[in-house]
Write a protein of this length. Structure first.
Length: 218
């Protein structure tokens, strides 16, 4: 049997990125389904790590042979520390699934991701970057526009009001983000209509990657 340690967010700790700052009923149902699916794999010997208060000591006292890293909430449910989890595993020479710390740090910043895509020739929307400490808010000259936090995960800070149709709506939503997510930079982008897709890649750089079928985001 293959020993697998599953690491994910701590349901008992606050989570600023979720509704009511805690794991939702849907989150707990996802964990239940994940455990049910893995229990059906008779060739796996699975243990689960969800308590972050003593995560370091548990990993050090009994290092896993392989970690299935589902901790997209970040260490202690801090999304800015999502990259810290694989970084810790790498320092302990523990193999794990999912993206590495450099990739996770890069992807947390939407403006940086856009710049990388543009460098590689991918078409990107027009964008205005508004720093958290900027008083005079620069505004687009074309509407509708899309207003969102420059950093974040799981569509935090994005609602139906993110699509703005005038300078007044744009200013109002920028101020809303500054109040609800203080200290974060804001992006005002050209609004692109149509569906959104995500594509999963399986494999490792330099050893070949397999693309799974596209999934449309609801």
């Amino acid at each position: 049997m293959m020993d697998v340690t599953v690491l994910y967010g701590d349901p008992e700790l606050p989570d600023s990125e979720k509704a009511d700052r805690r794991f939702t009923r849907e989150d707990r149902e996802a964990i239940r389904r994940m455990k049910a699916a893995l229990s059906a794999c008779s060739e796996l010997n699975v243990r689960y790590l969800e308590r972050h208060t003593d995560l370091f000591s548990r990993l050090q006292s009994d290092p896993p042979s392989f970690v299935l890293n589902f901790c997209d909430t970040g260490y202690r449910n801090d999304p800015r520390k999502e990259l810290h989890v694989p970084a810790l595993l790498e320092m302990m020479d523990v193999p794990y699934s999912g993206a590495g710390p450099a990739c996770l740090g890069l992807c947390y910043d939407k403006s940086t991701v856009r710049a990388v895509a543009q460098t590689h020739g991918a078409p990107v929307p027009g964008e205005i970057f508004i720093g958290a400490d900027v008083e005079a808010i620069p505004l687009p000259d074309r509407y509708p526009a899309f207003v969102k936090p420059a950093t974040g995960d799981g569509s935090v800070g994005i609602t139906t009001d993110s699509v703005v149709h005038s300078a007044v709506e744009a200013c109002n939503y920028v101020e809303h983000l500054r109040q609800t997510l203080p200290g974060r930079d804001v992006l005002v982008q050209e609004y692109l209509q149509g569906p959104e897709y995500t594509i999963e890649l399986v494999g490792n750089p330099g050893h070949g990657l397999e693309a799974l079928p596209p999934l449309e985001v609801d």
